[in-house]
Every structure is written in C-alpha cells, then in structure tokens.
Design a protein around this ligand. Structure first.
Ligand code: BGC
Ligand code: CA
Length: 354
C-alpha cells in the first residue's frame, strides 16, 4: 500500500499570495525530501474522462493540459497529466483507474461514466492512499463521504436550470406576443434532455420549467426526449418534432449547447419564416457564435475552465501536503462549486473575451 500524502511529516503550509502558492510548494518539496525522499519532485495526475467525444469535457481536458504547463513553469516542478478516454464504458474506465493507481499517480481526476460506480473507485483510491477528485458527474453524497480525501468539483445543476428558465421568462415578459405565437397565453415547449440519470439532465429539466412557471407563465410540454448531450441526436429529435408540431413549438429548451446546436441544424435544414426561441447551457465557443448570429437566444455559462483550475489547485495542495481548504473554497470539506452565469446577446462580449 502506498503512503498517504498527509501521513508524511509535513506541516500544513498556507499558500501565500499567488495562484499556486509557489513558495509554499517549493518549501513543501524541500521538506518532503527531508521526509526520507518520499517524493521524487514530480506530480503525476491521472485524469479519467467519461468520453473525450463530448464538447464540454474535451474543452476541460484542454484546459487541464494548459494549466499543467502553467503550473510547471510557475513552480519549476515536473507535472505529468495522463488522460484516459473511457469511451462511455464504465468497465473501460475501471481498468484505466487501476492502471493509474498501479503506475503510481499521486492524484486522480475522475469524470465517471456511470455515477453509481463512484463507491468502487473511491475504495480503490483510498486503499492506495491516492486523493480522488470527481468532476462534472456528481456521485451521491454518501460516496463522497467514504473517505476524507475525496472531492467533487462542479457546478450546481439546479442553478443552471433556474438561470435558463429565467432567460425564457425574461423573453416572455419583454415581448410576449413574439413568443406566444398562437396567442393562447400558454408557452408551448419541447425539451432536449441530456443523458438519463445525469444530475444536469434531471435538474436542468426540472428547474428551467419551474422557473418559468414560478414566474406566473403557464407552460405546456409538447414533447421531451433524451438526445444524450449529442448534437446529431438532437437534430434528429428536433426534425421529428418539427414535422409533428410545426410552428406550434414556441420554445426549445436544451440541457446543453451541443443539443441546442443540433436543434438549430434541424431548423436550418427545413427553412421557415420564424424560429422557436432556443436556449442551451455551457456557453461553448460555437454556441456563443450562435448567440451572436441570433440563432440561439441564450445560454448559461458552465465554467469548465474554473472547474479545471480548482482541480489543479486541489491536486497541487494535496500533493504538497497543504490544507486543501486554503487552496480552494471547500464546502463541507469535500465540494468545490463554480457559479453559472446567464449569457445573451447583451452580455455576450464578456464571454467572447474570456
Ligand atoms: C455539460 C454537458 C456535458 C455533460 C457531460 C454537462 O455539465 O453541460 O455539455 O455533455 O456535462 O457530463
Ligand atoms: Ca402559446
């Protein structure tokens, strides 16, 4: 069994100003060599992605790679990031996690394929004494509580739903006639859902509609279906709905931007005078372009870069023996939450320049 990082004769260092707390990190390395050379001065991180074939997740992987290079140049230490593509198979991901552990990774980042597999991975990491950071796909609370070195970095799914609903509510209030195309005072909508069982699918679906209804607008669901976060699947579903409901669709809610872009693809393929209002979540680069082009009414910025930054901050703190609560804003000792922000044409510039 490998040593637990915190079991070293390591004082808990407080990072001074500066993102990586460099002096603390260097001091930590010196101290570690005084601890009998337990560290070789190189941080090895294993990152297991549910699939690299996901726009939001592959952007996060790129952010992580960039942050690793930044950390290396700022600390002068070697940081290696191993990225494994789970290709949507939990058993493939299990093998990848086993391999990371047997290769001596110091910290694991895990984007679960199946959220219910968290406990098995948590137990493997604990047995090896390797801190574990889940991200984007949130395990249940009791799995996070299995060990004190398990963390979750993400964003509050409910908040994204509420913000998305608020966008639609604002549009209704600003120009009700434009939105209520059949003039019946009711908002007819379809819902493109992400993967079944994903916290973001469940809560965005629920809270977006709740926000509209709580705002006093009567809603009528024409249809809802999963398109598994996927643009092509969303285009196919939307094409069917357009055939079935035609101009009866007043709003298309989409649990993420890729599926909203799929809806736009379907609308572009069957030219019509007026489009339904479309809203997404993520604020990916192509979605921001669609906002600029007036095709996507709005989206909700899902701060993947902020999440990647928090993961790196945690990894460096855990590796160097710092108190992670000094490196990131920890809630209940285990959670780091990044805020969502609504995006429309009005504040688009803030996001294009990020
Ligand atoms: C994002 C989706 C992404 C999913 C993957 C969500 O938070 O909004 O775009 O496909 O995570 O787990
Ligand atoms: Ca209506």
């Amino acid at each position: 069994m490998r040593r637990r990082i915190k079991s070293c004769c390591f004082p808990s260092c407080r990072p001074p100003a500066g993102r990586w707390g460099i002096p603390a990190l260097l001091a930590a390395l010196l101290l570690l060599s005084a601890c009998g050379g337990e560290k070789d001065g190189s941080l090895r991180i294993g990152a297991a992605l549910y699939t690299q074939d996901d726009t939001f997740i592959s952007a996060m992987a790129q952010d992580l790679e960039g942050l690793v290079r930044e950390a290396e140049s700022e600390t002068g230490e070697k940081v290696t990031l191993f990225i494994a593509d789970g290709k949507s198979s939990q058993s493939t991901q299990m093998d990848q996690v086993d391999r990371f552990l047997s290769r001596g990774c110091d910290v694991l980042f895990v984007n679960l394929v199946d959220r219910t597999a968290a406990a098995v991975i948590a137990d493997k990491a604990e047995a090896e004494g390797v801190p574990l950071v889940f991200f984007n796909r949130q395990p249940v609370e009791e799995d996070i509580q299995r060990w004190d070195q398990i963390y979750y970095v993400g964003a509050d799914a409910r908040e994204s739903g509420e913000l998305q609903g608020a966008l639609v509510l604002d549009a209704w209030r600003a120009d009700r006639e434009a939105l209520d195309r059949n003039g019946d005072g009711i908002l007819q909508y379809v819902m493109l859902e992400g993967e079944p069982g994903h916290q973001d699918s469940l809560l965005r679906t629920e809270y977006s509609i709740k926000a509209v209804a709580d705002g006093g607008v009567e809603v009528e669901k024409l249809a809802n279906e999963t398109a598994n976060w996927n643009r092509a699947q969303a285009a196919a579903r939307t094409a069917q709905w357009l055939e079935e409901f035609g101009d009866g669709i007043e709003v298309i809610f989409s649990n993420n931007d890729d599926m909203a872009l799929g809806a736009i693809d379907a609308l572009t393929d069957t030219p019509r005078d007026r489009w339904p209002l479309i809203v997404g979540v993520d604020a990916t680069a192509p979605a921001l372009e669609a906002v600029a082009a007036g095709q996507l009414y709005g989206t909700v910025h899902n701060d993947g870069r902020g999440q990647a930054q928090a993961m790196m901050d945690l990894a460096l703190a855990l590796w160097s023996g710092e108190d992670p609560a000094q490196a990131v804003e920890l809630e209940d000792g285990h959670y780091v939450w990044l805020p969502y922000r609504a995006v429309t044409l009005e504040n688009l510039d803030e996001f294009l320049n990020e």
